[in-house]
Design a protein around this ligand. Structure first.
Ligand code: ZN
Length: 244
């Protein structure tokens, strides 16, 4: 089976469409989404509807929950809060229902899926020690996560020692080795923060035992225009250009 893995779309419809076109050329059987479909960007409903049409296996992200559950935005930065309150206003009841119906973690074909960490739905995993609570909970070889908007993977050998961190803003192919376990972040579709402005995604091939982490360019200016026209903070448009 070949799975398209996407995360942190953040209402960036143009980036999502571009990634899905790229995945459609790669004979994908099924789609996995690691959450944060909405927040920051200007097309939350369209992104939800596209994901629903794909029948993606998905988990919920902190922005998805905050867009639906009043009060959750209190943990957000002031700018993120403005975006989430706008998103809450425009989300259709059907899309709200879809987002709140998503689980915090799930398992598919030998892989765990979570938004932030298996152990804590709000934790940021950016360094090897931060992966340890999740590795301790894994009973599959692979766990996919998002939240940090960095394309990278952590590899642990035989349940021992500190995992190795591999940050790959330019993409890479992970070869899944027997006896090793992996935590893999495909990067962000809609708001990369690893200094590469291109949209991130991954392809899990369970027959080949590989995960290809990839990037693709999209029309950033058109997305910026949508953000500005919606009256959302300009900083949300500007950061897309530099990938921060
Ligand atoms: Zn996010």
């Amino acid at each position: 089976m070949r799975y398209g893995v996407i995360s942190d779309i953040h209402s960036n419809l143009i980036a999502l469409e571009r990634v899905l076109e790229a995945l459609a050329r790669q004979a994908i059987d099924s789609y996995l989404c690691l959450g944060d479909v909405v927040g920051y960007g200007a097309r939350p409903n369209e992104c939800c509807e596209l994901l629903r049409s794909l029948d993606a296996v998905a988990v919920v992200g902190n922005h998805d929950l905050a867009a639906c559950v009043p009060g959750d935005e209190r943990w957000f930065t002031p700018v993120a809060r403005i975006c989430i309150l706008w998103t809450r206003q425009v989300l259709t009841p059907a899309n709200r229902e879809y987002l709140v119906s998503l689980p915090v973690t799930t398992e598919v074909d030998g892989a765990h899926l979570c938004h932030a960490s298996l152990a804590d739905p709000d934790a940021y995993i950016s360094s090897p020690p931060e992966t340890l609570p999740s590795f301790a909970m894994m009973n599959h070889q692979t766990c996919f996560f998002g939240h940090t908007h960095y394309a990278e993977w952590f590899e642990r050998i035989a349940d021992a020692g500190m995992p190795h961190q591999n940050t790959v803003p330019g993409g890479a192919t992970v070869v899944l080795k027997p006896g090793h376990t992996y935590m893999i972040n495909p990067g962000s579709v809609g708001q990369p923060r690893d200094q590469n402005s291109q949209a991130g995604f991954a392809v899990l091939d369970t027959d080949a035992g590989t995960v290809a982490i990839e990037r693709i360019g999209y029309d950033i200016h058109a997305t910026q225009q949508q953000i500005i026209e919606a009256g959302l903070p300009r900083a949300m448009a500007q950061r897309l250009l530099t990938g921060i």
